[in-house]
Design a protein around this ligand. Structure first.
Ligand code: ZN
Length: 682
């Protein structure tokens, strides 16, 4: 879904004294070891707490830095990438001949680093947008303003985007959906525990301060903040929760424009679509029709003046990162510090590198790939993917609970999975984006509008399966059910995930499990509902479907007992259903990667390295990928919003279910890492 990236990123903060001309700070941190003996805490028995055994010393030696909310080996690696990206950007800024791509990203970075110009402009970049909101005279104007905001990447009221048709994945169609919230989840508006009440009070104060910074009189801002909270609470009440949204059938509502317009006439969708810059279309899916019906009432009962206050807020909030230091500081105080527990903002240069990655990521990514990732990187990874796909084929064939009828369909799906490695085949054409060195707000707006337009232009066209949703330097990977593809950006294909210098045991424990994890997503609670072509279709016999649900239910129950955070404000447990797909993928990935490794080790002599057998090193490499520390605040937010379990449970949850792990480390019945009711789906 297109978003004005800068308004929603978690890494927020105040301006530091660095400017573009300042000498570059010290070189990048040291490379990250793939398998780190120094991370291990030998005083902890691996059968009692494997995560602490694998990561204990790392955790002691790597507290969360003051400018981060979470610090793990993924974050460490991305931080290294940020140094590489900065070097590329500084080179692109230097005088001399540059390619169009270098000029584009170099100029964007310059505009972000030029704090003096941002300060001198004050609220000027915001004024025309706020004036537009002030000029709203009718409800028709209101909807047109929402269209304007969406066109420029500013979220408000609801969402409109393009996605493959759930029933014909070869075609991409238009989607209308719930939206318009500012806090991380609907729960934040609805729950009545002490922490939620406190958060809403802090949010109210934050909205007030932001209105004041935008020039509103101190005597009206309290009432304005109350209005914003009331409207967003209404939107939250009408929204479906994250867990419900995991089930594709809850989002599957093909409707004609006439049908949804009749069900929610106050949205004036015809007028909205005439002004949001999207092409005319024939197919539409409404993610949550109930949302539109419910909010339809509010569009009438809430006064026009109050709706204008809400749009005013959404405009200010969307621009908080591109204005003066005062806006940055207030934004950081609430989001960075209060919500996520960051003690201080990251240095400006890091925020500007990340902003370039977020806004022009496929241009910056091209430079990154040229520097760091040769064609041999694709080859090596593809070889591992093939080995793990073969393991999955074998795994499916050995399942005792699945009928041959369903197995046949599962093989078909497995064989149809497309592997995308490193970076896209074709680089994105940014030539229509206007970037200048002295207009940061304008640059972000131009890049956001470009991305929105690019997404809208996919509507009613054959699905573009070659388009990537993550930029090349990203340290992550993903599976897309409608595309039935697995994707590994170049950023993750390096230590601690992969190193040519390491043996297979370590590489399979790290990137191998990641590959197995993504493959398993095609067959988790959500992925299994899509077929080989990426269509939402039940290809399971009813009995096999029941067997799957039973096994997934075991994982749900197991992880629901894990504590995500325990602090002065109480204990929060993981949501077993929200994290079900990721936990299933972790368990499956670990098994598949181990099977692939065993195939390789069959013909090799099992040599111990550093006192660990290859089999033990496989599990340690897996554990160490997830070494992390996190602030209590961030852990709380993730327990509500993140479908991934925290590192501790990604590791211990999976090994508790693994008889192989228990055998490799000689664990005994009754020890904590030996589950009495081991769960297994794949
Ligand atoms: Zn995943």
């Amino acid at each position: 879904m297109p978003i004005r990236t800068l308004s929603v990123v978690i890494i927020l903060g105040a301006v530091t004294s660095l400017v573009a001309q300042t000498p570059v700070p010290s070189a990048a941190p040291k490379p990250i070891p793939s398998f780190d003996l120094n991370a291990i805490d030998k005083s902890i028995d691996p059968c009692v707490d494997f995560y602490k055994h694998a990561c204990g010393n790392w955790m002691k030696n790597n507290p969360v830095p003051p400018d981060k909310a979470r610090w793990g080996r993924f974050d460490e690696l991305y931080d290294n990438n940020v140094y590489i990206l900065r070097e590329l950007l500084v080179q692109a800024q230097a005088p001399g001949q540059h390619s169009a791509t270098e000029k584009l990203v170099g100029d964007f970075y310059t505009s972000c680093m030029d704090e003096a110009t941002l300060e001198s402009k004050g609220t000027a970049p915001l004024k025309p947008q706020l004036a537009q909101v002030d000029n709203i005279k009718t409800r028709a104007d209101l909807i047109k303003q929402v269209a304007y905001m969406h066109r420029n990447g500013m979220p408000a009221l609801f969402a409109f985007y393009s996605q493959p048709d759930m029933h014909d994945s070869l075609q991409t169609i238009a989607y209308l959906d719930q939206g318009g919230l500012t806090l991380p989840d609907r729960d934040y508006y609805i729950k009545d525990d002490a922490k939620s009440v406190e958060t809403r009070q802090k949010y109210r104060e934050h909205v007030q301060k932001m209105f004041e910074l935008a020039g509103d009189k101190p005597d009206v801002v309290a009432a304005e903040a109350t209005t914003v909270l009331a409207i967003e609470a209404n939107l939250a009440q009408a929204s479906m929760d994250r867990t419900e949204r995991r089930d594709p059938k809850n989002r599957d509502h093909k409707m004609t424009l006439t049908e949804i317009a009749a069900a929610a006439p106050n949205f004036d969708l015809a007028s909205y679509l005439a002004s949001n810059g999207s092409p005319k279309f024939s197919n539409l899916n409404v993610g949550n029709p109930q949302f539109f019906k419910q909010v339809n009432e509010h569009l009438n009962t809430v006064t026009l003046a109050d709706w204008k206050t809400y749009l005013r807020w959404k405009t200010i909030n969307a621009n908080a990162q591109v204005l003066t230091k005062a806006f940055f500081d207030e934004d950081f105080a609430f989001n960075g510090k209060y919500l996520y527990g960051q003690q201080q903002p990251e240095p400006r240069w890091k925020r500007c590198v990340k902003a370039t990655d977020q806004n022009l990521g496929m241009a910056l990514g091209q430079l990154y790939v040229d520097k760091t990732f040769g064609p041999e990187g694709k080859e090596r990874t593809l070889k591992m993917v093939k080995a793990i796909e073969k393991a999955m084929q074998q795994d499916i064939s050995e399942l005792t609970w699945m009928s041959d009828t369903t197995k046949k369909q599962a093989y078909e799906k497995l064989n149809a999975i497309v592997n995308n490695i490193g970076y896209p085949d074709e680089w994105r054409d940014y030539s229509s984006v206007t970037i200048t060195t002295d207009d940061y707000a304008g640059n972000v707006e131009s890049a956001s509008a470009f991305e929105v337009k690019r997404q809208y232009n996919k509507i009613d066209k054959p699905t573009d399966r070659k388009d990537w949703t993550m930029t090349p330097p990203t340290v992550n990977a993903y599976y897309r059910p409608p595309m039935n593809d697995i994707n590994f950006p170049a950023g993750i294909l390096q230590p601690p995930f992969y190193a040519t210098s390491m043996d297979d045991a370590v590489n399979y424990g790290a990137i191998g499990v990641v590959i197995g994890h993504e493959l398993t997503h095609g067959f988790d609670d959500q992925g299994r509902k899509f077929d080989a072509q990426g269509n939402f279709r039940d290809w399971w016999t009813p009995e096999d479907g029941k067997q799957f649900e039973e096994r997934a239910g075991c994982i749900d129950k197991e992880y629901s007992n894990f504590v995500a955070v325990k602090d002065a404000q109480g204990e929060v447990k993981l949501k077993g259903k929200l994290t079900l797909g990721e936990n299933t993928a972790d368990n499956g990935g670990l098994k598949l990667a181990y099977m692939a490794l065993s195939e390789i080790l069959k013909n090799a002599s099992a040599q111990s390295v550093d006192g660990y057998t290859p089999q033990q090193r496989f599990f340690l490499a897996y554990g160490q990928v997830w070494c992390q520390n996190v602030t209590d605040q961030e852990a709380r937010k993730r327990a509500v919003t993140d479908p991934h379990s925290p590192g501790q449970w990604r590791v211990n949850g999976a090994v508790q279910n693994s008889a192989t792990f228990q055998q490799v480390f000689g664990c005994k019945q009754g020890q904590p890492m030996v589950s009495a009711n081991a769960c297994r789906v794949w």
